[in-house]
Design a protein around this ligand. Structure first.
Ligand code: URA
Length: 245
């Protein structure tokens, strides 16, 4: 298992364990007998972490994911939404999880929010959508677009981690609060996380507002443009040719 994967594995397990203990506390359980500690649900152990490490390309990783039934999100999905784009992209976008359109089409960011993301990529960054890589934290649509739950993230995140390891982007752009907080392991609001560079195991990571948020709050588009300009500066400073000056 690679170091990044192992560290993420432990971080995911810690997050799941904390959430489980919070649920016990909320249920009025203050003390756990030694035997009960062994009954922490499977959610604490991300399924598939070992298997993802064996994939040497995205095609193999997709095969390992297969007709995934690793978590309850699989029950309601139409299509699993793996990811799309250049397998060696310099820029990788990570969203939260598929919405209705994505679930129907099997591709990330194809609904209204996706159209806005495409505009950011093509009109703002002057890149083609096929030049970047786009994925989500969870690959199946959460019911009624609720936030993914810790056990669902724990099951799915090894696949995102391996996608990042295989694509090896120069920059990750985390779209919205959920993706940013998950990747950065922070509970800080997106308004504080955005606009700042974060380190994702040696990869520069810029959180920004989710395009769906921008559809509801178009007045914040300028802040996203600031974040995108930081990304373009970073790419240019590391030798990437961009059409934007
Ligand atoms: N929102 C997301 O976070 N991801 C998608 O793929 C679509 C909408």
């Amino acid at each position: 298992m690679e170091t990044l994967e192992l560290r993420q594995h432990l971080a995911v397990a810690a997050t799941s364990l904390r959430s489980c203990l919070e649920q016990y506390r909320a249920a009025g359980i203050q003390v756990l007998p030694a035997s009960a500690t062994a009954e922490v649900p499977d959610a604490a152990v991300p399924a598939g972490t070992e298997e993802t490490g064996s994939a040497t390309d995205l095609g193999q990783l997709r095969q390992i994911l297969g007709d995934c039934r690793r978590c309850k999100l699989s029950h309601g999905r139409t299509h699993l939404v793996f990811g799309v784009g250049n397998p060696h992209a310099d820029v990788m976008f990570v969203g939260e999880g598929p919405g209705r359109d994505e679930d129907l089409q099997g591709e990330p960011f194809v609904g209204r929010a996706g159209q806005l993301l495409t505009d950011i990529i093509t009109k703002g960054m002057k890149l083609r959508r096929e030049e970047v890589y786009i994925a989500n934290v969870v690959k199946c649509r959460p019911p009624r677009n609720r936030d993914p739950e810790p056990d669902e993230v724990a099951s799915c995140e090894p696949f995102l981690i391996r996608q990042i390891e295989l694509v090896k982007p120069r920059v990750i752009i985390a779209l919205g609060k959920f993706a940013a907080q998950t990747l950065v392991r922070s509970a800080a609001p997106i308004s504080r996380l955005r606009g700042q560079w974060h380190d994702y195991h040696g990869i520069r990571l810029m959180p920004t507002f989710h395009p769906a948020y921008l559809l509801r709050n178009p007045g914040d588009k300028g802040l996203v443009w600031e974040d995108i300009k930081s990304v373009l500066r970073e790419l240019r400073d590391t030798g990437f040719e961009t059409a934007v000056t």
